[in-house]
Design a protein around this ligand. Sequence first.
Ligand SMILES: Nc1ncnc2c1ncn2[C@@H]1O[C@H](COP(=O)(O)OP(=O)(O)OP(=O)(O)O)[C@@H](O)[C@H]1O
Length: 362
Amino acid sequence: MGAMTATVSTADQGGLVVVDGSSPSAPAHDPRLKSLTTVLADTTAKIQQGRSAGARVWPTGFDALDTALAGGLRSGELILMGGPQGLGKTTMALQMLRRAIVTGTRPAIFFSYEHDAHAVLERLIAIEAADLGGSEALTLNTIRQVFESRHTRATSLEEQFANTRGGAHAVRALARYSDRLHIHASSGMHTGIDQIRAAVQAVAEEHGQAPFVLVDYLQKVPVPGAGLGDEERITHVVEQLKDIALTVESPVLAIVAAEKASLVAGKRMRVHDLRGSSALAYEADVVFILNDKYDIVARHHLMYHLDMAERFRQWVVLTIEKNRGGIDKVELEFQKRFEQGRFEREGRIVQEQLIEERIFVD
Ligand SMILES: Nc1ncnc2c1ncn2[C@@H]1O[C@H](COP(=O)(O)OP(=O)(O)OP(=O)(O)O)[C@@H](O)[C@H]1O
């Protein structure tokens, strides 16, 4: 926009002064402010270019979840995933991220505060192997052993996995998207919102397309400024992550930790149990909460079918606690395959009655 000139009267001098519009005191052009005419023109331009005029949909790869979400996650959304420790939040989020890059040409970036890049590689090999070989494919433990073995004479990763079930295939499958998947070895000391924003922008520039963003996990993102309380820090981070999602027009999926007090076995975790929950629930577009099915299934399902107890332990219930753009309070279940670093992708709607807290101890 060119420099503009305007005249304004100043009451104290009783005269007119000329204000140069390019000076710092003039109102700057706000790129966020658009007339509906501009919105219509932008939309028409997208249609003419053969692009989608609405939000882009990124399937999660979990069939029952994609059905509930009318296709999947959407660009511009902040999605939170919470649940008790060790229930598979990283596992499920990584499967979603992998799905986002295998379908299409878009990049992805994983801000990993918990696991190093090699651990992520091991998990991805497991997911790829199971994608073809199902439950017969090699386990995470086998993958670890293969990496730990020495003097194997293998000259490539593919050769090193040659004698495993699906390992060589998995390594080849990874090569299809390895240049589009960026793993950020994030640190609770140094990787704040500014670093996240810069890395997302660098990946977007490198690929010419905005990446799917995964943050594991939100409360680890440091906020400068001593003396801020937990709630203020988390509010800042969640607002900024939402802003990144809107700015780059991608989904941002963040794992969230729970309040310590709510981490009680047998108690169903809800959105209000997330650490810093009021801001989290307010800013997020979609909130998933994972719970162990065994912990939250009503007592009568256990009493009359004792063999069911063991089976329930194999399943995780994912509740869509919030969904700004669609239906919520949906209860889905997915079977754990943690020895292979994954969940079964089909899933289904929970049929049993669920409760908030177990009232007996076995
Ligand atoms: N090699 C393995 N074999 C079997 N199970 C494993 C193996 N490695 C990890 N697991 C289990 O898989 C589960 C899911 O791990 P994941 O890291 O996804 O959980 P999480 O919910 O993100 O946990 P946290 O809150 O600790 O980060 C955990 O219970 C873990 O103990």
